[in-house]
Design a protein around this ligand. Structure first.
Ligand code: NAD
Ligand code: UDP
Ligand code: UDP
Length: 309
């Protein structure tokens, strides 16, 4: 199949490109390199099935493909808040353009949605049936509301134009090819620990997240894309084992053997206090569940950062 991956030079997108090429597909990677990088896909350039196009998804795109993974969008708070208007445009105009493309060529399309659609949740763990608690005017809204509107568009194209859509709600994912300076907690802690710098815990470090290793996530995304047409989602994809941010810091210290100190910094506004995916839908409909425990995934990620630093 000919498969388009928007955001294909990013962290998740580059792993998807690699996996789909490995399965013998023809892959078109589209990216504007806002947070992605050519080095993430450099090792794929020799493959005749791989093609790269510099393009911003907020503009129309006319190509012929069978499937689309729509992953273009900055994902870390410092990057999506850098130009919040562009972030909303990327999610909303990007979704309209990719849905218009899918409609014209009758392609199946999968959206990278996010656990952020649940906001700071009152339901724990978060099920797909929960509608969420998002501040529509806060600093995270450009991302959260952009992604919520993209989901709306996906379901309207599904109902109105009978498109084959799939919506994955991705929970915190980590692994090799995260940027060392993008501010996400796993990369921050590993980089700080390896450099012997203070490890910055926001708030008291009592907030929780549930961390999914990249290989598990990619496996779930491919299963969702291949699932029967009546499975539209949204489907939660994430690892349900929940940790406090303090526990993550302590585990990172242990695995790196670092003597960095833990220091406390102000909690960013609207920072969700707890997050854990309820994944029974993914288990029953996709036969999917994560297999890589945090300790193992962190070891692999630490090895990557040791190498690039
Ligand atoms: P990333 O920043 O590494 O990747 C995003 C990619 O999109 C980058 O290569 C960037 O250059 C590209 N991009 C941004 N704006 C673009 C535009 N207008 N046109 C074309 N390309 C553009 O982040 P990631 O972690 O790989 O996230 C990929 C997708 O998965 C995002 O849509 C994100 O919202 C979603 N997601 C990620 C996580 C996570 O934990 N990593 C969690 C939930 C959802
Ligand atoms: N579009 C695109 N590539 C295509 C087809 C459409 O980028 O191959 C864009 C186009 O810019 C359009 C949007 O997708 O504005 C939505 O397309 P749709 O056909 O749903 O609506 P319309 O063209 O009526 O606006
Ligand atoms: N965080 C932290 N120190 C850091 C970076 C992040 O304590 O150096 C916290 C952040 O406040 C949040 C959690 O770690 O509670 C996860 O942050 P991240 O930006 O990785 O993801 P998100 O908040 O989008 O889930």
């Amino acid at each position: 199949m000919k498969i388009l991956i928007t955001g294909g030079a990013g962290f998740i997108g580059s792993h998807l490109c690699e996996k789909l090429l490995g399965a013998g597909h023809d892959v078109l990677c589209v990216d504007n390199y806002f947070t992605g990088s050519k080095s993430n896909i450099a090792q794929l350039l020799g493959n005749p099935l791989f093609e790269v196009m510099r393009h911003d998804v907020t503009f129309p795109l006319y190509v012929e493909v069978d499937r689309i993974f729509n992953f273009a969008c900055p994902a870390s708070p410092i990057h999506y808040q850098f130009d919040p208007v562009q972030t909303t445009k990327t999610s909303v105009h990007g979704a309209i353009n990719m849905l218009g493309l899918a409609k014209r060529v009758k392609a199946r399309i999968l959206q990278a949605s996010t656990s952020e659609v649940y906001g700071d949740p009152e339901v724990h763990p978060q099920t797909e049936a929960y509608w969420g608690r998002v501040n529509p005017i806060g600093p995270r809204a450009c991302y959260d509301e952009g992604k919520r509107c993209a989901e709306t568009l996906f379901f309207d194209y599904y109902r109105q134009h009978k498109l084959q859509v799939k919506v994955a709600r991705i929970f915190n994912t980590y692994g090799p090819r995260m940027l060392p300076d993008d501010g996400r907690v796993v990369s921050n802690f590993i980089v700080q620990a390896l450099r012997g710098q203070d490890m910055t815990l926001y708030g008291e470090g009592t907030q929780t997240r549930s961390f999914c290793y990249i290989d598990d996530l990619v496996d779930g995304l491919l299963k969702l894309m291949d699932s029967p047409p009546d499975l539209t989602g949204p489907v939660n994809l994430g690892n349900p084992v929940e940790f406090t941010i303090r526990e993550l810091a302590e585990l990172t210290l242990k695995l790196t053997g670092s003597r960095s100190k833990l220091v406390f910094r102000p909690l960013p506004s609207d920072d969700p206090r707890q997050r854990q995916p309820e994944i029974s839908l993914a288990r029953s409909s996709l036969g999917w569940a994560p297999t890589v425990a945090l300790e193992e995934g962190l070891k692999r990620t630490i090895a990557y950062f040791r190498f690039i630093l």
